[in-house]
Design a protein around this ligand. Structure first.
Ligand SMILES: Nc1ncnc2c1ncn2[C@@H]1O[C@H](COP(=O)(O)OP(=O)(O)O)[C@@H](O)[C@H]1O
Ligand SMILES: [Mg+2]
Length: 283
């Protein structure tokens, strides 16, 4: 059985100029222990589709799907209360902006211990012990001391390690990483990706890696969903995608990889292919 199963997900936002379809009939499955990458340029509906699946969008979003299940349980018909027991515990998410995702008013120790208290009901001593273990697991030096730091006292890379520690605190079955390295320096990006892949393997988690970067896809994914303008353009295992891409859009994304680009500026997708061609291939 798939961990997360999404069939024909549609997300519409009410706007002043009428409804806007940010996600237009996307389907995908993630299995236990599998790494699924969702790749596509900015605005293609990657974040919105995952936030919709988690029930985390504002009320202005209209979400429908033929199927939306986690471990066989229907997420759409679930009460907010039931869903809260799953999100953050069995499904965890990490976001692009680690510093903004943490609360500036509380120490990072308080923030990780709060998750351990809320979802696992651990007492004070057990929380502290587990928090130190988790900081160690994500490679934070002097973990006991670090628990007393505020987010602004840590670097972006350190904050992302804290976010990852919080995400894995309850041993989630599924981790959704939404552009987890995009806001970080290039040298740190690689370290964070390596850490995520190590934890994914150690914990046997399903992982959804959202990225606009084909390099990240190559480093991490077993299977890939390519998304464009709210639609799924292509889905393939990672080798097939790189060796034999079916859609023009995927070819355009591959051509934008630094290794393949000519000159010192990356070509944009619209320079490589006009929208019509790309969309034509989706039909
Ligand atoms: N709360 C919102 N209200 C209206 N439109 C939104 C909202 N959130 C996202 N969108 C729009 O939905 C589209 C998809 O956004 P998003 O999923 O964030 O793209 P990305 O693939 O970069 O993650 C974008 O055009 C974005 O402007
Ligand atoms: Mg996004």
């Amino acid at each position: 059985m798939a961990l997360l199963e999404i069939e024909n997900l549609v997300v519409e936002f009410e706007t002043a100029s009428g409804p806007f379809r940010a996600v237009n009939g996307v389907s995908m499955k993630v299995h236990e222990g599998e790494v699924l990458a969702i790749v596509g340029e900015s605005g293609s509906g990657k974040s919105v589709s995952m936030l919709a699946a988690m029930g985390l969008l504002p009320w202005t979003a209209k979400v429908t799907a033929d199927k939306l299940t986690f471990n066989g349980r229907d997420l759409l018909s679930m009460s907010a209360n039931e869903r809260r027991k799953i999100i953050g515990k069995e499904i965890a998410m990490i976001f692009q902006e680690p510093v903004a995702s943490l609360n500036p008013c509380f120490t990072v120790g308080f923030q990780i211990e709060e998750v351990l208290r809320m979802h696992l009901g651990l007492d004070r001593a057990a929380r502290r012990k587990r928090a130190i273990e988790l900081f160690e697991a994500v490679g934070i030096a002097d973990p006991a001391e670090r628990l007393g730091s505020y987010p602004h006292q840590m670097s972006g890379g350190q904050c992302q390690r804290v976010m990852i520690a919080i995400a894995i605190a309850c041993n989630p079955k599924l981790l959704i990483a939404d552009e987890p390295t995009t806001a970080l320096d290039v040298t740190i990006q690689k370290q964070i990706l390596d850490l995520l892949m190590k934890l994914q393997a150690d914990y046997g988690m399903g992982l959804i890696m959202i990225t606009h970067n084909m390099g990240v896809v190559a480093e991490t994914a077993d299977r890939v969903v390519v998304q464009y303008k709210g639609r799924k353009m292509e889905e393939a295992d990672v080798l097939t995608l790189f060796e034999n891409p079916k859609s023009n859009y995927t070819r355009a994304l591959l051509a934008a990889l630094p290794d393949n680009a000519t000159g010192d500026r990356l070509p944009t997708i619209s320079e490589l292919f006009v929208d019509d061609q790309i969309e034509g291939a989706a039909r």
